[in-house]
Design a protein around this ligand. Structure first.
Ligand SMILES: Cc1ncc(COP(=O)(O)O)c(C=O)c1O
Length: 389
């Protein structure tokens, strides 16, 4: 029997037969707005600091790295205190190779056969993969039409399903929708009263808030990190990939109670975070202000692009734009052939993403030049596709 590109003689796990590796296309085109990266490269000052930290780490590379990475965890606690007013001890922080690895560790620790993780669709497309890889059942509840959380449905699902993990993305990918503190309290309070299918009867679901894009929020929108001191079942996942412009360094982190962090310490690979990654992460945090310098500009770019998109039309109907607190926008809503619009932009050297519900496309904020190219490319493409039918 064939297993896609893998011959049947290779004993791939039965449930993985026919699966494809996940990943957005990495195409070498002039304007890449498809994977929610920060378009601004690290400054020379930061590059020099990375080199300095790596130079310091290099003579010790014959030794395994600090498994507990406590220096880094202390710096992450300091950053969260400043950024989100969350008062946390270094032991309440945990870092890994991107928040992808953080999330996988959460599923390894709390998921597993007979257990369910509950999410809110549409949402980040990697979650079902973490579930598959850890034999966890992945279940989603649809969001409202404006992509906000359907709180009554969420509370009912928690009671009915008794999930091990309740996973909420804030701001959500691909819609940009934030979670608000009232919703978070309602979910956390509900979880404190329900059990977990397949666990000890005293267990309660872990609420994971994936805040990969939180630094792009407007003033007045909250991070859930300060709630950790009130709720020991809350885990907030973050990353340096987006606002810190550090996607290539692969550094994600988690803030939670020590009980949750200690659970991840059980499943992590020994020495999972290399000495070079730790060095690079320390350099970035030392220059947090420089690294985050473009966040405000990207936030303005998002707000301006959203307004501009709303003024454009497709087949005589104004484009819809989902309310976003992130560095990307989900737009369209009524595209009858979104692939044709994606292809038209790609032909013009602009790569965006076909993701989210039918009729919508997602664009990530680029530099000013890239956004100018996007605007003119989109206008040309919309007129071209309209003229076809
Ligand atoms: C919602 C969300 N969470 C997590 C990640 C993973 O980010 P990283 O592994 O680079 O930290 C992404 C990446 O796009 C994302 O969109």
């Amino acid at each position: 029997m064939s297993q896609g590109s893998i011959p049947a003689s290779i004993p791939l796990r039965n449930d993985l037969v026919g699966e494809e590796p996940y990943g957005a296309p990495q195409l070498d085109v002039p304007v890449r707005l498809n994977v929610n990266e920060n378009p601004y490269a690290p400054t020379q000052e930061v590059i020099d600091s990375i080199v300095e930290h790596v130079r310091h780490a290099a003579p010790e590379l014959n030794r395994y790295p600090d498994r507990e990475h406590l220096t880094l965890r202390a710096k992450l606690a300091e950053y969260l205190a400043k950024e989100s007013k969350a008062r946390l001890q270094p032991e309440q922080l945990w870092a890994a190779n991107g928040s992808n690895e953080i999330m996988l560790q959460l599923f390894q620790a709390f998921g597993g056969p007979g257990r369910t993780a509950l999410g809110f669709a549409p949402t980040y497309s990697m979650y079902p993969e973490y579930a598959r890889d850890t034999f966890t059942t992945w279940t989603t509840i649809p969001r409202n039409d404006d992509f906000s959380l359907d709180l009554p449905a969420a509370l009912k699902a928690i009671e009915d399903i008794r999930p091990a993990i309740v996973l909420i993305t804030s701001p959500n990918n691909p819609t940009g929708t934030p979670l608000n503190p009232e919703q978070a309290h309602a979910l956390l309070d509900k979880c404190a009263t329900v059990g977990v299918e397949g666990a000890d009867e005293s267990a309660h679901p872990v609420v994971v808030v994936d805040e990969a894009y939180i630094e792009f929020r407007n003033p007045g929108v909250d991070s859930m990190a300060p709630l950790i001191s009130q709720y020991d079942h809350l885990a907030v996942s973050r990353t340096l990939s987006k606002a810190f412009a550090y996607a290539g360094a692969r550094v994600g982190y988690l803030a939670a109670s020590t009980a949750i962090v200690d659970s991840l310490r059980i499943v992590r690979m020994p020495y999972h975070l290399s000495a070079l990654t730790q060095a690079a992460a320390l350099a970035a945090l030392e220059h947090a202000d420089t690294q985050l310098a473009q966040v405000e500009h990207l936030r303005n770019t998002r707000n301006e692009t959203a307004e501009w998109l709303k003024q454009q039309t497709y087949r005589g109907v104004p484009l819809q734009v989902a309310e976003s607190q992130s560095n990307f926008l989900l737009f369209g809503g009524s595209f009858d052939d979104r692939q044709a619009i994606f292809d038209g932009l790609l032909k013009r050297g602009i790569l965006i993403r076909v993701v989210g519900p039918e009729g919508w496309l997602r664009v990530c904020m680029g530099t000013d030049e890239e956004m100018t190219a996007f605007r003119s490319g989109l206008l040309e493409t919309l007129r071209e596709v309209e003229s076809r039918k």
